[in-house]
Design a binder for this molecule. Structure first.
Ligand code: BES
Ligand code: MN
Ligand code: ZN
Length: 452
């Protein structure tokens, strides 16, 4: 927990040293009194502050402290209110614990911020974003047997409804009636019914087309008839991290009353093996009218995203489309666990996105969308196929999804590597779900504000 400093006694004092010692994030514990000194190196940015606060909190907890006061003044002096917000965010995320289904001890920790008086607004706004990240982490950390599509819909509705977000949940009959054949090819493989979750935040100008945030919500991905290996199946949860991210972003926008219209669309399904699951070779018809030859039932994410994007365009009147998904192992192979993949058809949106990601402290790297890559997802019998065999799987998957964004400005984010870490890659992460995407999507939508 992070609070403003008000004369309570704290076990430790944390000081930030702006110019040293040496490389960023050096820690020094005091010999006299109880002082922890964090060296930030030269010209630290917001992300360095997040990591420094997280590192300090983790070190303090290891030392057995239950509270500390952190002097935010140097950070505020260098970076303004956002400096204090970054410290609070890093500290809070470092304290995150994944849900557990057993008795266990909880040791609370309080970090008091000194030198942040008068910055309550900035801190409250950052706090809303941090809690949204933790909400996304909680959902992604939940195993498949405890988070069916219906559970997910319920959790999202419960969180979003009270904030003034309009929640609509379309059951299988309605999505079938809309012609969402690509979505249903996957959804109908499971006994647990699918849910198309729609969260509308209308903080912007009336009638302004919303930005659509479309997040993959596969509650478990067995691969279907193209069954995963035992090792692959272990990671079967977490394939709804894109859905969790778009929901988190909308929660933060709503809490902070952002002047923008945004609609999150989350196709929530399971990809299972059952008697009449879809098969490799099947030809299916998507909501857009495009037909798709299924080459691999494990390439299910792009199928449900395709129809969710068409839904966002046709039914929600989206003006721009961002999709986010744990889409491909190929993206993990290319960029690892610290950097997500990106494809886009719009330079302006790309640059706005990059500055949002920078503020959020997240890393994305753009893949090329050359025409020859598009040819790789052509099919002799249908408009598209869902898998090509010539490598660059992260690109062909993204281009497949982009084919459904029509001519709208579109960005595709592949968070297969960044959504989950077995060991933390940054100080403010803990093992398991990271909440990838929430902060960047929030920052992006803020930037695209369309206030009256
Ligand atoms: N959800 C997986 C991708 C994934 C893999 C995410 C590892 C996180 C970690 C996706 O549905 C999938 O199975 N993709 C296949 C696509 C292939 C069959 C074209 C993959 O990447 O192997
Ligand atoms: Mn799959
Ligand atoms: Zn998947």
């Amino acid at each position: 927990m992070v609070k403003l400093w008000q004369e309570e006694s704290a076990a430790w004092r944390v000081e930030l040293e702006l110019d040293g010692p040496g490389g960023a994030l050096a820690l020094r514990t005091g010999v006299q009194g109880r002082v922890l000194i964090v060296g930030l190196g030269k010209d630290p940015g917001l992300e360095t502050l997040r990591r420094a606060a997280a590192k300090a909190v983790k070190a303090l907890r290891e030392l057995g402290a239950d509270s500390a006061v952190l002097d935010a003044a140097p950070a505020v002096k260098a970076l303004g209110p956002q400096g204090a917000a970054a410290l609070a965010q890093g500290a809070q995320l470092a304290c995150y614990r994944q849900p557990a289904w057993k008795e266990r001890e909880d040791t609370p920790f309080t970090l008091y911020l000194a030198g942040a008086e008068g910055l309550e607004d900035a801190l409250a706004q950052a706090d809303a974003v941090t809690r949204a990240v933790c909400f996304a982490r909680d959902l992604v950390n939940c195993p498949a047997n405890l988070l069916t599509p219906q559970d997910m819909a319920q959790r999202m509705a419960q969180a979003a409804g009270p904030l003034g977000v309009e929640v609509e949940i379309l059951d299988g009959d309605r999505t079938r009636a809309l012609g969402m054949g690509a979505y249903h090819a996957v959804a109908d493989s499971a006994v647990h019914p699918p849910q198309l979750i729609v969260l509308r935040w209308r903080g912007g100008r009336e009638g302004a087309p919303p930005i659509a945030l479309v997040g993959k919500g596969v509650c478990c991905d067995t691969g279907g008839y193209c069954l995963k290996t035992a090792a692959g199946l272990k990671g079967t949860r977490g394939d709804m991290a894109g859905g969790a991210a778009v929901c988190g972003a909308v929660l933060a926008l709503a809490e902070n009353k952002a002047p923008v219209n945004a609609v999150a669309v989350i196709p929530a399904v399971e990809n299972r093996l059952s008697a009449d699951s879809f098969l490799p070779g099947d030809v299916i018809r998507s909501m857009s009218g495009k037909t798709i030859q299924v080459n691999n039932t494990d390439a299910e994410g792009r199928l449900i995203l395709a129809d969710a994007i068409t839904y966002a365009i046709q039914q929600e009147g989206a003006g721009r489309v961002v999709d986010i998904a744990t889409l491909t192992g190929a993206c993990v192979a290319a960029l690892g666990f610290t950097t997500a993949g990106l494809l886009t058809n719009d330079e302006g949106l790309f640059h706005t996105f990059l500055s949002a990601a920078e503020r959020a402290g997240e890393q994305y790297w753009r893949f090329p969308g050359f025409p020859e890559y598009r040819k790789m997802i052509e099919s002799p019998v249908a408009d598209l196929c869902n898998q090509s065999s010539d490598g660059c799987g992260a690109i062909t998957a993204g281009l497949f999804v982009g084919a459904f964004a029509e001519s709208l400005p579109w960005i595709h984010l592949d968070i297969a590597g960044t959504a989950w870490v077995d060991r933390p890659r940054w100080e403010y992460q803990t093992a398991g779900a990271t909440g990838a995407g929430v902060t960047t999507l929030y920052e992006l939508c803020r930037e695209l504000s369309d206030a009256p």
